[in-house]
Design a protein around this ligand. Structure first.
Ligand SMILES: O=C(O)C(=O)C[C@H](O)[C@H](O)CO
Ligand SMILES: [Mg+2]
Length: 403
């Protein structure tokens, strides 16, 4: 199973995606998602200059050895660019191995632990009422879980809410970073009202999630966690920036609201204290950003020792390749929690044909050998890359804050 070729497909059907294709002498090929929103070309350069030349001639079946060659061999370990590059290679190699074995990826991992994968929808609105309208729409589509985000009076542009009603939300919406203004006080005074309205309208059985998006200090996050306890959230996500893992200790001491962290993490070391001390309840790192299946299954197993479950990141800025592989992983992993579902645009799904299905609020994994996602290279060529940057946030006094 010798690698004879490897190359990148950079395309922008609806938004930018980077896909790595690894081809073996037998003709079997695998694809991996190398998309890092707002930093796509950094991963392209890393792969083209420092990884792809080392893959040619290697045995594609040696997934573990290649993983360590790219991790330990890099010398400059970890970080989002390096681990996204390794993640893309890893997903492509697992795709190849499953195709060569003639089985869907979940079988290679250990078979089904569940028949279907529970997802959560993004329900957003410029105000509480329009958010509730979105919740109603998604509940009618069968979702058991919704992430609610609404506009905040006095804040012009906020994470998760499209600028114009009915538009799709895409944070990387300008060539250079847009600058938003943030107010913690206005946010903290508003968001409990959102959950009150959701519970009053939809009752207690609906799973309700919320993404703070790294914007609070630990004591502010503790205050919010306590304030929302009556609404028994499924999780409060990214309540603080978590480079300092100790931050979550303080939050944990004040609230029983479940905590989810990790979409910006890329290795087990980012989680170690959080998991060992049970300061969190869900791990979020997507396969493509966490060094692929090889690494993320170690993180999931480590988390399982401490009753922590998976809740993989799944926005539209991860391609259907990452989502497809995640659905196989979610179908297998014993300590599954939930899978984020932000539907891709139709043109994205045309460029990335796949066999996973969405039904009644859940994903159903496909039976095609491999991860079940491909890329239409001819169609992909019609959508050239265009630089798009994530926003930055400033406090009202101009202080550069967390976006
Ligand atoms: O989906 C989420 O929970 C996010 O926080 C989405 C992020 O803002 C997005 O992936 C950044 O590119
Ligand atoms: Mg998030």
């Amino acid at each position: 199973m010798i690698i004879s070729d490897a190359y990148l497909i950079v395309t922008s059907p609806g938004r930018n995606f980077v896909t790595l294709k690894i081809v073996t002498e037998s003709g079997i090929y695998g694809i991996g998602d190398a998309t890092l929103n707002g930093r796509e070309m950094a991963v392209v350069a890393y792969l083209e200059e420092h990884v792809i030349p080392t893959l040619i001639g290697r045995d594609a079946s040696r997934i573990e050895d290649i993983w360590h060659y790219l991790y330990r061999g890099a010398y400059w370990r970890r970080g989002p660019v390096t681990m996204a590059a390794i993640g893309a290679v890893d997903l492509a190699l697992w795709d190849i191995k499953a195709k060569a074995a003639g089985m869907p990826l979940y079988q290679l991992l250990g078979g089904k632990s569940r028949e279907r994968v529970m997802t959560y929808a993004h329900c957003t609105g410029k105000d509480i009422e329009s958010c509730l309208t979105e919740v109603d729409k998604h509940v009618k589509q069968g979702y058991r879980a919704v992430r609610v985000q609404s506009g905040v009076p006095g804040i012009a542009t906020i994470y998760g809410v499209a600028k114009r009603e009915g538009e799709r939300y895409e944070p990387a919406d300008s060539e250079l970073p847009a600058e938003h203004v943030w107010s913690t006080e206005k946010y903290l005074n508003h968001v409990p009202k959102l959950f009150t309205a959701v519970r009053e309208r939809f009752g207690d059985d609906l799973h309700v999630l919320h993404d703070v998006h790294h914007r609070l200090t630990p004591i502010e996050a503790a205050r919010l966690g306590k304030a929302v306890e009556p609404f028994h959230l499924f999780w409060l996500e990214d309540c603080v920036p978590a480079e300092n893992q100790q931050s979550l200790k303080l939050v944990r001491e004040h609230t029983t609201t479940p905590l989810a962290i990790g979409e910006v993490f890329n290795s087990i070391h980012d989680y170690r204290e959080l998991i060992e001390n049970q300061w969190i309840d869900y791990i979020r790192t997507p396969l493509s950003h966490g060094g692929g299946i090889t690494h993320m299954r170690r993180v999931a197993d480590f988390a399982a020792l401490y009753h922590i479950r998976t809740g993989f990141h799944g926005p539209t800025d991860l391609s259907p390749v990452c989502l497809g592989a995640a659905i196989h992983f979610d179908t297998w992993v014993p300590n599954f929690g939930i899978q984020e579902h932000m539907p891709h645009e139709a043109i994205t799904d045309q460029v990335f044909p796949h066999d996973y299905r969405f039904e009644d609020g859940h994903f159903l994994v496909g039976e095609t050998p491999g991860h079940g996602v491909d890329i239409d290279e001819d169609l992909a060529r019609k959508y050239p890359y265009k630089r798009a940057s994530l926003p930055v946030n400033r406090l009202e006094d101009g202080t550069l804050w967390h976006w």
